[in-house]
Design a protein around this ligand. Structure first.
Ligand SMILES: Cc1ncc(COP(=O)(O)O)c(C=O)c1O
Length: 455
């Protein structure tokens, strides 16, 4: 199928190459009479993986399947592979390898960290959370109420689902003589797509003498993460949301990982980061994480060096006299990939929002004002929560599913948000999520299908 973006002179992504990397994208929905192509709009729930991730997982199991720390070939290979994956994730997040902790998923890592931090907290200490966040960055901290910790919650603006930064600053103010010990905030909302100003949140937290814990699970496929520039204390993400296997990753500042006391078994090392990793990890998936970062790197190198550009892109570069800078490091390649992704997602977002707003009875939650895109899309990513009068989200998801469009309905664990917006008892929202492997043509087809369903 021709990929529409190839005809656009301004896009830096080679969508044909990208889509060829993801075998799942070639699927058709066989129940449909015309065997229509599957359209993956379910990325916020988990993205598809490139072939190299699948190969790395199966190669590991075929050739190197062993536990760590053994004095033999496959065990040493396993140790080496894990070290390489850690270093790759270090480049993805811009931290050192020993600040990267692997775990089954973000939720498990966050519960573990809340228990460890809880050992330091006293009754009356305060934790600031937001009502915009996924519950995985809420309940693990709220659980500390049983130790007498006080939870303070930050509101969001119901008109556009942006975080109320004045409220956040006010919640940090020490009014009671007690101190805020931690601020836990999402980088981006997995329901409505709002991107929070986490740099400002971290600054405010630091000013108040509190630690910052950033949930970057939803943000990771959409924008570059730089924990050094953010200066956050902790940041968590899940590789299955950015084209890798089902695993979670926690960044912790070295000083905190060393100082805090994880709950762990006695024979486990006291050295970081392994003292934060419990039992035997999913080694095959860690092999997949390294391959996932390799994909990001190749994507970035292709964007910048034009290894396989379409002819139109070559022509465009010549016309504009653009000289492409060499990408010298893996981190630089990842950043280059993000820049091109950002541009592609922004264009799809503009088209999607304009199309939504033209559908009668459709309500889009979150930022919909095109003017706000002037600042390079810093406040929204390509995740859309909608409701359409006369149709429940489940009905819409089912009808779209029958036509080959994979979307979600419900609350996606952003429970405070759906409760605040009073849609929890109405089936939540229909969520449509785009990532870089989606195309303008898919956006057009989705909008057409919605118009057809609405009638
Ligand atoms: C924003 C956000 N935070 C946290 C999570 C939980 O991640 P995990 O499934 O890795 O525990 C999700 C999962 O959807 C999410 O979207």
């Amino acid at each position: 199928m021709p990929i529409a973006e190839q005809t656009s002179l301004s896009t830096a992504l080679d969508l044909t190459w990208i889509r060829s990397q993801f075998p799942a994208l070639a699927q058709t929905v066989n129940e449909h009479p015309n065997k229509c192509p599957a359209v993956f709009l379910d990325a916020p729930g988990g993205t598809q993986v490139p072939q190299r991730v699948i190969d790395a997982i199966s190669d590991y199991l075929a050739c190197n399947n062993a536990n760590t720390g053994g004095a033999y070939h496959t065990s040493r290979n396993t140790d080496r592979m894990i070290a390489e994956a850690r270093s790759a994730m270090g480049d993805f997040l811009n931290c050192d390898a020993d600040e990267v902790v692997f775990g089954p998923n973000m939720t498990t890592l966050t519960f573990a960290m809340s228990r460890a931090l809880g050992r330091e907290l006293a009754p009356g200490d305060e934790i600031v959370l937001t009502l915009l966040d996924h519950d995985a960055n809420f309940s693990p901290w709220k659980a500390l109420e049983e130790k007498g910790v006080i939870i303070r919650t930050v509101k969001f603006d119901k008109a556009d689902c942006t975080l109320d930064m004045h409220d956040l600053a006010a919640k940090l103010t020490i009014k009671t003589g007690k101190s805020t010990r931690l601020v836990a905030v999402g980088y981006a909302s997995n329901a409505v797509g709002t991107i929070n100003n986490v740099a400002e949140v971290v600054r405010l937290a630091r000013q108040a003498g509190a630690l910052s814990y950033i949930d970057a699970v939803h943000y990771a496929p959409h924008g570059p993460i730089d924990v050094r520039a953010l200066d956050c204390d902790f940041l968590v993400c899940s590789t299955y949301k950015f084209f890798g296997p089902h695993m979670g990753v926690l960044y912790g500042k070295r000083e905190h990982l060393k100082r805090l006391r994880p709950y762990k078994v006695r024979p486990n090392t006291d050295n970081i980061p392994n003292c934060w990793e419990w039992g035997t990890l999913n080694h095959e998936c860690i092999a997949g994480i390294k391959a996932c970062v390799d994909y990001w790197e190749e994507l970035g190198r292709r964007v910048e060096t034009g290894l396989a550009p379409s002819e139109t892109r070559q022509a465009a570069s010549l016309q504009e006299g653009r000289v492409k800078p060499e990408v010298t490091t893996r981190r630089a390649a990842i950043l280059a990939a993000h820049e091109a992704i950002h541009e592609h997602e922004r264009k799809m977002t503009e088209k999607m929002i304009a199309g939504f707003l033209a559908i009668p009875g459709l309500k889009l939650y979150g930022i919909s004002d095109a003017q706000r895109f002037e600042n390079r899309f810093e406040e929204r990513c390509a995740t859309f929560a909608i409701r359409i009068e006369g149709h429940t989200p489940l009905e819409l998801a089912t009808k779209l599913g029958d036509r080959g469009f994979f979307t979600w309905d419900g609350n996606y664990y952003a429970l405070n948000l759906t409760e605040q917006l009073e849609v929890e008892r109405l089936g939540g929202f229909l969520r449509i999520g785009l990532v870089h492997y989606n195309t303008m043509e898919e956006v057009e087809r989705l909008l057409g299908a919605l118009r057809e369903i609405v009638g």
